[in-house]
Design a protein around this ligand. Sequence first.
Ligand SMILES: Nc1nc2c(ncn2[C@@H]2O[C@H](COP(=O)(O)OP(=O)(O)OP(=O)(O)O)[C@@H](O)[C@H]2O)c(=O)[nH]1
Ligand SMILES: [Mg+2]
Length: 361
Amino acid sequence: MKIGLIGLPLTGKTTLFNLLTKSKAAMGSFSAGTGANIGTAQVPDKRIDFLSEMYNPKKTTYAQIEFVDIAGFLAGGEGHKSGAGKFLNDVRGCDALVHVLRAFENDDVVHVTADLNPAKDLDAVDMELLFADLELIEKRIERIKAGKKITKENAAEMNLLEKCYGVLENGSSMLEADLTEEERFSLKNFAFLTEKPRLAAVNMDEQQFREKSYPYKEKLTALCREKNIALLELCAQMELEISELDDEDRMAFMEDLGLVETGIELLARNVYAHLGLLSFFTVGEDEVKAWTIAKGLNAKEAAGKIHSDIERGFIRAEVVKYQDIAELGSMAKVKEKGLFRLEGKEYTVQDGDIVHFRFNV
Ligand SMILES: Nc1nc2c(ncn2[C@@H]2O[C@H](COP(=O)(O)OP(=O)(O)OP(=O)(O)O)[C@@H](O)[C@H]2O)c(=O)[nH]1
Ligand SMILES: [Mg+2]
């Protein structure tokens, strides 16, 4: 899972990236046109903490999310063309996007648009993604039309592309387009930018965070609802500063600010909830490990995420619910109560399942 941090210049993307991935990428200067920073964040999970304590394994592995800190992009600004290509390419490589919006007041940091309006900024970058998709469709249609002969397949593709064009022209995203599963699959190679699931994160200063208020909050909230994207509120710089303190001081500061979870906890929770992901676990003396998969995968498909051999030679899955083991305290007690289940390949894996795959190759 590769998540891109996108937004206008100087909205706090690199600050957030450093917070999430514990990196030390340079902040505070225009990065437009430069390469992206890439880093991984461990997804905190109390269930893994618990299981690790219980099994005392040689290795404990949390789920990971890869974050790509993409250079800020100024629509229609100077160097638009050259900047746009790099920006759009970096965006295209991501599975999902977090749009970082500036609400914070900071006289030392240039504000790139006329006024501080995160709702307007959200629309501005969205437009850019939308135009990129429109251009992609136009080019493909042109190429088909320029061909010697328009085959039946070409005609069908063109039909579908024209339908998508209409959707985008109306300001909707490819994600919202009413397409069948087959149609979507046939368009996969286009890697449309507006088809990427995304979240919005508004970056506030300390005062705004304490007051739970920032300019155009209502407008932004309504816009996100309309676009059907989750809106997270955070305070990247302050949290980055706090994260460098020792545990005791950090807890005290967090409490004082009313910060109930860390940036990565907030991001990860929302990424899993809104991008349709879940975690299952494998446990043993060697390793306790969290695996991230899409909701709806069956046991055999989930096995394939661990190793293709396990999928190929799948016999059955032995499944225990995390909740049961947490409540009863041991695998032996879970078995005693008959809460240990044998599942076939069609079983849909659930969040919090502890799974042991039986296979034969
Ligand atoms: N007051 C305040 N300043 C912030 C906050 N977040 C970021 N900044 C400052 O804003 C400046 C820009 O932050 P960056 O994280 O580099 O912004 P960016 O979005 O990565 O910028 P580009 O890569 O150029 O697009 C830095 O000087 C930060 O210290 C915040 O929450 N509050
Ligand atoms: Mg940056």
